[in-house]
Design a protein around this ligand. Structure first.
Ligand SMILES: [Zn+2]
Ligand SMILES: [Zn+2]
Length: 371
């Protein structure tokens, strides 16, 4: 077995990332795969060399040992990569390239993956900043046992002899108008053009299996409920060269908190006392982002709105934040003590206002029964 520098073989630098190493290997594997180069005896050697290099560089432990000692000596030779085991390499190839191997794709047998929908709830705080959500998505994923072909062991399905792989059969009928040709889907292969006589046990010949996968969804700031994020290719995998479906992320916004949303503006209520309403005050309130100072003007009226500019939500495509509108409720005490009542009367007197009739108070308790 040759001992060329695996970095040199794959044409990558020593600082190449795992992804760079993988794609370099894929490129070489595609170019030198024996199935693609049946007439080139050197291709298989190059393919094995690339596979050996990849085996070292894709394995963190082996890579570290190679980087340290500059040799693969002492690294156990995986029988998988022994010269006689071309089938194993073929499996590896299929693991990467699936059903498209050798250009043997049959259009009629390709099935596109389904589009999927997932619903995601975000809080107003997340609307403010944007958020990346990890969501479990139940999708059909390419079967790892048969690499999506549906054939046990990963071979290619047979072409249907009934329709020669076209998926349709032509019937000629004699009618009173003459001969009529009709095309109907082949019933032997259900219109797929292929027959799987030895279906993969892992996926029952379907080529895909249901899996639950975590998907990271990048939700921008400013989203509103009902908005949809499209993630092309994140739906179910296609079969035999079919396109993967899309993932539609439908957004919901949790507005159960203290804020009512009106587009980019937020509305909230705040209770103040009669005295605060009369004298004004400066208080802390909860904004969507944290505490804010609310300046209550003297003489504030019930239902009065105070606008805190720029304390609402951003628009979805960037720009200035909306406002936070605080609506004041003046809470009138439903009971006061005698001392407080006296002060209130004094207050009315000072203002030259009518002094209310006494009732329900201390004097009523003593004299009320005389009525
Ligand atoms: Zn399978
Ligand atoms: Zn058929």
């Amino acid at each position: 077995m040759s001992q060329r520098d695996p970095y040199e073989v794959l044409g990558v630098t020593r600082s190449a990332s795992a992804d760079e190493i993988k794609s370099a290997y894929r490129r070489l594997a595609r170019r030198y795969h024996p199935d693609v180069n049946p007439d080139d005896p050197t291709a298989e050697e190059k393919f094995k060399e690339a596979s050996n290099a990849y085996e070292i560089l894709s394995d963190a432990e082996k890579k570290a040992r190679y980087d340290q000692y500059g040799t693969t000596d002492g690294i156990p030779q995986d029988p998988f990569f022994g010269g006689a085991n071309v089938g194993g390499i073929g499996d590896l190839f299929e693991m990467f390239f699936g059903a498209t191997q050798g250009g043997a794709r049959r259009r009629s047998s390709a099935i596109d993956g389904d589009d999927l929908r997932v619903d995601v709830m975000v809080t107003l705080q997340e609307v403010l900043t944007g958020v990346i959500k990890e969501v479990d998505v139940r999708r059909e994923s390419e079967c790892e046992s048969c690499t999506g072909t549906g054939v046990e062991g990963g071979g290619q399905p047979q072409q249907c002899p009934n329709c020669q792989g076209s998926g349709v059969v032509t019937a000629v009928k004699n009618t009173f108008l003459g001969q009529m040709r009709t095309q109907t889907p082949c019933n032997r292969c259900a219109g797929t053009g292929i027959l799987i006589t030895n279906p993969c046990k892992n996926c029952s010949g379907r080529g895909v299996r249901p899996v639950t996968e975590k998907v990271s969804i990048n939700i921008p700031a400013g989203v509103e409920k009902g908005m949809m994020i499209q993630m092309p290719g994140h739906g179910s995998d296609g079969v035999r060269g079919g396109r993967p479906g899309d993932l539609h992320v439908v957004l919901h916004v949790d507005e159960d908190g203290p804020f009512v949303r009106r587009g980019q503006h937020l509305i909230t209520g705040y209770d103040i006392t009669v005295v605060q309403a009369i004298l004004g005050d400066e208080v802390s309130i909860d904004g969507v982002e944290g505490e804010l100072t609310l300046d209550i003007p003297a003489g504030a009226q019930p239902g009065q709105q105070i606008v805190l500019k720029g304390q609402g939500l951003p628009p979805v495509h960037g720009g200035k934040r909306g406002d936070l509108v605080v609506e004041l409720t003046v809470v009138i005490p439903n009971k006061v003590s005698e001392a407080q009542a006296l002060l209130m009367r004094e207050f009315a007197e000072l203002r030259g206002e009518r002094i209310p009739k006494e009732k329900g108070g201390f004097l009523d308790g003593i004299f009320g029964k005389k009525k």
